[in-house]
Design a protein around this ligand. Structure first.
Ligand code: ZN
Length: 416
């Protein structure tokens, strides 16, 4: 392994200080693979040095998870035991800062029946989702990545130095180099994203129109007053600014659930439950996905859209210029954290109530009434074609170019 200890510590510090922004006296919940125990120690130490009161670790293992799915039955796996529910309850009380280090083998669940995976997920969500809703917007969290051997081999199957190459890509996208100050680099990056979001918010668009030669021809309504957000978020309880995803390139909002029309054509494969859906497009009528075609994985895509009532509606639209460093890496990461930051995308399923003014304090029921979609899934798919154009349309009918040829149009660029 060529990556130096110094670089690893720099990265751990960045995750804790800039990503999670751990505050003095806070409890931290770290979720990390047992394989990454050495890096876990670096993160734990960085948390304590930032003033954490206690760092609790949830160790996970993708190989163990696979064994559970292979041998245990659906009912048992779908059960949330009282102590697990107590833990979720405690989380609502303590509001710990959460750090997730993603490193799973993208093929970890290959061969496990998709129906079993979705049944277990649905059954657990019935008990745990209210607790997840209750902490939404009220705690800091961050997802960052650490390349495991299997993940790296999936991205670079025929190379000896797969892990090094994945490291190189990850560090490039999270703006960590041997001699830079990544905290400063992130400040400039988030300032840029926030200036774009501010421009979008000042425009007051009521709908967006997407067009590309690949078949994308789509209009979606936005929720009046809903905000475009990007880069960071603020914990509504303690005011701490944090960066939920590292890397992050997107500016996003939740569109009006059930109010879109037309076809979206994907430009990159979608990896869901360890399976690939390729060359697909989804047609929407009256805001709902009514049909889809895929060269590969069509059945899986149809199953996804039927997961629950909200799974066929959009929860997110996001703008990412094609110059994104993730896109420049030029390969599929098989990990949404990266792949969704490659180019423009939309997501089926759960929306973000925090884009509504006062949304953090709304119940999901209230947010739904305002147009935010509700679902147990949130699956991003990439629609940022090189020739993609996006127009913003205001309530008075005036039109502004937002994207041309897959990147910011001039009006957006100048911020006027
Ligand atoms: Zn997104």
């Amino acid at each position: 392994m060529k990556i130096s200890d110094k670089m690893l510590r720099k990265y751990a510090e960045l995750i804790v200080r800039t990503g999670a922004n751990v505050q003095k006296g806070q409890v931290v919940q770290l979720n990390i693979s047992v394989e990454q125990h050495a890096f876990a120690d670096m993160v734990i130490e960085a948390c304590y040095r930032a003033g954490a009161r206690k760092v609790n670790v949830d160790w996970n293992s993708d190989t163990a998870s696979r064994l559970h799915f292979q041998y245990a039955d659906t009912e048992t796996l779908g059960m949330v035991l009282p102590w697990e529910e107590e833990k979720a309850k405690q989380g609502v009380k303590d509001l710990p800062c959460r750090i997730f280090i993603a490193s799973d083998d993208p093929d970890a669940m290959r061969g496990i029946a998709p129906q079993k995976l979705s049944d277990v997920m649905q059954s657990r969500a019935r008990v745990l989702k209210p607790y997840r809703n209750a902490i939404e917007g009220k705690h800091q969290w961050v997802i960052a990545a650490y390349p495991s051997e299997k993940w790296a081999r999936k991205c670079f199957p025929d190379t000896e130095d797969a892990v090094d190459r994945l490291w190189e890509a990850i560090l490039k996208t999270v703006r960590v180099t041997e001699d830079n100050d990544p905290v400063q680099a992130w400040k400039e990056h988030t300032d840029f994203i926030e200036s774009k979001a501010a421009w979008l918010n000042a425009q007051g668009f009521s709908s967006l129109r997407y067009r590309s030669a690949n078949g994308t021809d789509f209009t979606v309504e936005l929720i009046p007053g809903a905000r475009w957000e990007g880069a960071g978020a603020t914990n509504s309880v303690n005011g701490a600014f944090y960066i939920p995803n590292m890397p992050t390139e997107e500016i996003f909002t939740s569109p009006a659930a059930g109010k879109c029309e037309g076809t979206l054509t994907a430009v990159k494969p979608l990896s869901w439950n360890s399976q690939l859906i390729e060359d697909f497009s989804i047609r929407f009528e009256n805001g709902r996905a009514v049909s889809c075609t895929a060269r590969k994985g069509q059945e899986l895509l149809e199953r996804m859209i039927r997961m629950d009532e909200g799974a066929c509606m959009l929860g997110e639209v996001a703008l990412v210029p094609k110059e994104s460093p993730v896109n420049q890496c030029g390969f599929l990461f098989y990990e949404t954290l990266f792949d969704e930051n490659a180019c423009c995308h939309a997501a089926l399923g759960m929306g973000f109530k925090e884009v509504l003014p006062g949304g953090d304090d709304m119940t999901m029921e209230e947010a739904r009434k305002r147009g935010i979609n509700d679902s147990i899934i949130h699956v991003d798919f990439m629609i940022g074609a090189d020739d993609l154009s996006i127009d913003g349309i205001r309530p008075d009918g005036s039109i502004e170019a937002i994207f041309r040829n897959g990147t910011w149009a001039r009006g957006g660029e100048t911020g006027t």
